[in-house]
Design a protein around this ligand. Structure first.
Ligand code: AMP
Ligand code: ZN
Length: 470
């Protein structure tokens, strides 16, 4: 079988046929770095990472780029509201560039802790201003854009199929955008979008560049088209993001890129459904979100969150709650216990037929619109198969983990994250205090709670020690 994947553009599961079969060009909308990424954002990045690793597993070479949005993204995705970066800078009494650096570093650290590979082409939006100016100039020349009230706008009425990605009618989408958003009197059509801001409503906008239209800065949508074309060329195979990016962001990317290029641009659109809390979508602007740091502070291994995401399909909404996450933590700990027995196997023959049979099953799961939960079932089947030897199992787990990224054959790091160490030591101290107060129930509860997280306490003559069994 070949890879079959859901394409938002056609609203169908299709066979994946890149423009050039030897190299897949893949683009991912990166984070807006005005705050920490929450675990919802990271669900999207985990699944996009699994997509890239699956493509590699299935034999493709992948050339991938991702932007870092450090300018131009306003509170509403349709060019109104406050500038998100400026808002972050004000909140923390820092400059926009300081905020961008801080949260870019935090994003990279989160990705490392979740085994998300960072694309080599990780491009801050502020580094490609010339590229945006070139695209906007051509769009103006060719009549796809106009200047009004000092800003340059894309004129959506110039396209017959502006809504190609959504299959929605113009009225529907206008209503969707209008909700909670003030109208921009300079636009000819409600869904026209800003390519370049000059007369910004933000007097204190820090970052501005010279352009043929005056001192200003790019709109959010043009960044992704510009970076993608600069780093991956005129023909893109697959473009990724969360479902909230479909409209208006990706719709606008298609409009401006194809008007600029004069031909079809991206073949496949891959969208990850949202992570929700019990009260609705997890979002940065709504606040109260969960970060990887807060999971670690709670004593959890971030890779249990990766497994949590892999256990459900990327096109299904996923609810994060204490209960649902705890199921994933238990599954992760059980998996690690099973695979830890394979870590030190160093002799024995690989049974090639069995290896190929299971590798094929795993590939089939991925080829089935990235069915990661089915892929994990194949992993479990390997681990419980009494007819294959440990060497074969070890090699299969190793191969599967190049996609799953769960550190299944990695010995627990001796050098624990400082936060985890602090957390465990705090709990040990609380337990000692409970014992000193003869509150053995509480002491036992603390021990049991840690054990649930794979942290086993041992009372020794030198005090309480701990061992991680993940
Ligand atoms: P942002 O940093 O806000 O630009 O978002 C980064 C990525 O996270 C984008 O691809 C969004 O579509 C995605 N995203 C935002 N909220 C969620 C959520 N609750 N669940 C999954 N993905 C999300
Ligand atoms: Zn984007």
């Amino acid at each position: 079988m070949a890879l079959r994947i859901y394409n938002t553009l056609t609203r169908k599961i299709e066979e994946f046929k890149p423009y050039n079969p030897n190299e897949v060009k893949m683009y991912t909308c990166g984070p807006t770095v005005y705050h920490y990424a929450h675990i919802g954002n990271l669900r999207s990045y985990i699944m996009e990472d699994v997509l890239e690793k699956s493509l590699t597993f299935l034999g493709y070479n992948v050339d991938r780029a991702m932007n870092i949005t450090d300018v131009g993204h306003l509170s509403s995705d349709s060019d109104s509201g406050e500038d998100k970066m400026l808002k972050g800078a004000k909140r923390e009494h820092k400059s926009v560039m300081e905020i961008a650096k801080f949260y870019t570093d935090a994003f990279i650290k989160d990705c490392q802790r979740l085994n998300i590979s960072i694309p080599k082409k990780l491009v801050p939006a502020t580094s490609c201003i010339d590229q945006y100016i070139q695209i906007v100039s051509k769009l103006l020349n060719d009549g796809f854009a106009y200047i009004s009230g000092g800003n340059v706008y894309f004129d959506v009425s110039k396209l017959t199929d502006y809504y190609v990605l959504t299959n929605h009618t113009a009225d529907n989408m206008v209503n969707a955008v209008r909700e909670g958003v003030e109208e921009d009197e300079h636009k000819k059509n409600q869904n026209d979008f800003v390519l370049w801001f000059t007369k910004s409503k933000f007097e204190d906008q820090e970052l501005k560049w010279d352009s043929p239209w005056g001192l200003g800065y790019p709109g959010w949508h043009i960044e992704c088209s510009g970076i993608s074309m600069k780093y991956l060329g005129e023909y893109l195979d697959i473009h990724c993001g969360g479902v909230d990016n479909i409209f208006p962001h990706h719709t606008n990317e298609i409009a401006q890129s194809e008007s600029y290029l004069g031909h079809k641009w991206c073949k496949y659109w891959f969208h990850v459904q949202h992570l929700n809390t019990e009260n609705g979508k997890m979002s940065k602007s709504a606040g109260g979100f969960t970060t990887i740091d807060s999971l670690i502070d709670g004593g959890y291994n971030p890779l249990a969150y990766r497994l949590f995401c892999l256990q459900s399909h990327y096109r299904n909404p996923l609810v994060f709650s204490k209960e649902t996450f705890e199921i994933a933590i238990n599954s992760y700990n059980k998996l690690k216990t099973k695979t830890s027995k394979l870590i030190n196997i160093s002799s024995g023959e690989v049974d090639k037929d069995e290896f190929e049979k299971y590798k094929q099953k795993f590939a089939l799961a991925l080829e089935n619109d990235l069915n990661t939960s089915m892929a994990i079932t194949v992993l479990h089947d390997v681990l419980k198969d009494g007819n294959i030897n440990d060497t074969t199992k070890q090699k299969l787990v190793m191969a599967f983990d190049t996609v799953l990224g769960l550190d299944l054959l990695k010995k627990e790091q001796v050098d624990l994250d400082k936060n985890t160490k602090d957390y465990i030591n705090k709990k040990i101290a609380e337990r000692l205090e409970a014992k000193a107060n003869k509150d053995y129930k509480k002491a036992d509860e603390i021990r049991a709670k840690l054990a649930e997280k794979g942290i086993v306490l041992k009372d020794t003559p030198n005090g309480t020690e701990f061992e991680i069994k993940r």
